[in-house]
Design a protein around this ligand. Structure first.
Ligand code: DGY
Length: 426
């Protein structure tokens, strides 16, 4: 398929998932607005409708909580086809939302939208409205998820990472009990193959945590310390650090010097603290289990995604080399878990499959660190996957089999990015 056909197809998918002021990730499996899906989707939308791209971000930020948190799902409309819905979350919002957050890519996306804007009146106006909200969200993370002020935030639920069933959580999940978990019926299995999805045992623990936080009335001054699951994820922190740095640059452009200074300070502190997550044994960053006070001995994609932040040049080179090594063991980069790992499962969500959004973020970071060959290999593998297997949610890194949901919005958005932006910059 030639590039133009792929771009046309991607635009068609995004349009078919467009709900007017937000976009669903895919019909059926995910019928609401998801946080980082939306922010990354805005990048793809900007290719054909700049104003609509800003709306995607502003709709998301309109549902920010008073404490600064931006929820991972906004339940704009009722839909029986998803579990857990608003009746389980019980967050008492006028428009119901979930009660946890997700990787904060909004600052990163807003800066990109601003830089590429053709309509500067709209972009200045939109960016000015978003700035204080994104700043408040960043503040919320460091206030509520880093109470000891280490410079790194912890996740308190795997759904916050976006990498729901990563091998990284296996050990910590042994500490999460299942007693008192309500009986429930999963809906994801009506829309996707069970062998591609998290297990029932994992779902019980996801729900245990939701019930625990709900019993604390979603009071973010209590949730971090109360959670048996507290993981510092290098990929997640790198996204936050990058978004702080990008928001600082954007704020400077708009003359908002205080917002710029605050975010630059957060990014600098975070970047220094990231070094504590480096592993010489694995040649990459690792997660850290804050409850145990120990690093998680698993070289997942989280430690490679770290390159999306401005890590030291030697680290970027080590990550580049590590990714090329992974490329020797599977056909398509970048597997979410190394194909040689005993825990690898090529089709099961985040235990092996390749995700285009992560490929995009990693390749963006690698290019900034001048690791052009590695970035190009990742982009080329990503486009091969699309040409061979269509616009799926994720893909088996060995066979390229499309997995999870189909006609997937952010996959389409990333294809547009790869073909119209990422390639153009190199
Ligand atoms: C799901 O339902 O699978 C989501 O990843 C949770 O946000």
């Amino acid at each position: 398929m030639v590039a133009q056909t792929l771009v046309d197809h991607a635009v068609e998918i995004i349009r078919s998932n467009d709900q007017g002021t937000y976009t669903v990730p895919t019909h059926g499996l995910y019928p609401f607005q998801w946080n980082w899906d939306s922010a990354l989707t805005a990048l793809g939308i900007s290719f054909f409708d700049e104003e609509r791209a800003w709306t995607e971000l502003s709709t998301l930020m309109d549902h920010q909580w008073e404490d600064g948190m931006v929820p991972h799902i906004v339940f704009h409309k009722e839909d029986e086809g998803y579990f857990p819905g608003p009746d389980v979350w019980q967050t008492s919002r006028k428009v119901p939302t979930s009660g946890i957050s997700q990787p904060p890519v909004a600052g990163f996306a807003a800066r990109k939208l601003f830089e590429r804007a053709k309509d500067s009146t709209v972009s200045v106006q939109q960016a000015k409205q978003l700035l204080p909200k994104i700043d408040a969200w960043h503040d919320w993370f460091y206030r509520c998820r880093d109470p000891k002020r280490t410079g790194l935030v912890a996740l308190i639920h795997p759904w916050e990472s976006g990498r729901d069933n990563s091998v990284d959580w296996d050990l910590a999940f042994q500490r999460v009990p299942t007693d008192g978990v309500m009986p429930f019926q999963r809906r994801d299995l009506q829309h996707a193959d069970a062998s591609h999805r998290p297990t029932q045992a994992q779902y019980e623990r996801y729900i245990y945590l939701v019930q625990l936080f709900r019993s604390l009335n979603w009071d973010n001054s209590k949730l971090h310390d109360a959670s048996p699951f507290q993981i510092v994820d290098p990929g997640f922190n790198a996204i936050l650090i990058r978004s702080c740095a990008d928001l600082a640059d954007l704020a400077d452009e708009l003359g908002e010097t205080e917002i710029a200074a605050r975010n630059r300070a957060r990014a600098e502190k975070g970047a220094r603290a990231m070094e504590t997550l480096w592993s010489d044994t694995h040649n990459q960053y690792l997660c850290f289990d804050r409850r145990l006070g120990k690093s998680v001995d698993n070289p997942s994609i989280a430690g490679l995604l770290a390159v999306v932040a401005a890590v030291p040049q030697n680290r970027a080179m080590q990550i580049g080399a590590r990714i090329m090594e992974l490329g020797e063991t599977c056909r398509y980069l970048v597997p979410s878990q190394p194909a040689t790992s005993p825990h690898f499962d090529g089709k099961r969500y985040w235990r092996g499959p390749v995700w285009l959004i992560v490929n995009y973020l990693i390749s963006d970071g690698l290019k900034r660190a001048n690791q052009i060959d590695v970035a190009e290999r990742i982009i080329s593998d990503s486009l091969d996957l699309i040409a061979n297997s269509g616009f799926a949610e994720y893909y088996d890194p060995n066979t390229g089999e499309p997995c999870g949901g189909k006609s997937f919005t952010w996959t389409a958005a990333m294809v547009i990015e790869f073909l119209t932006q990422a390639r153009a910059q190199t």
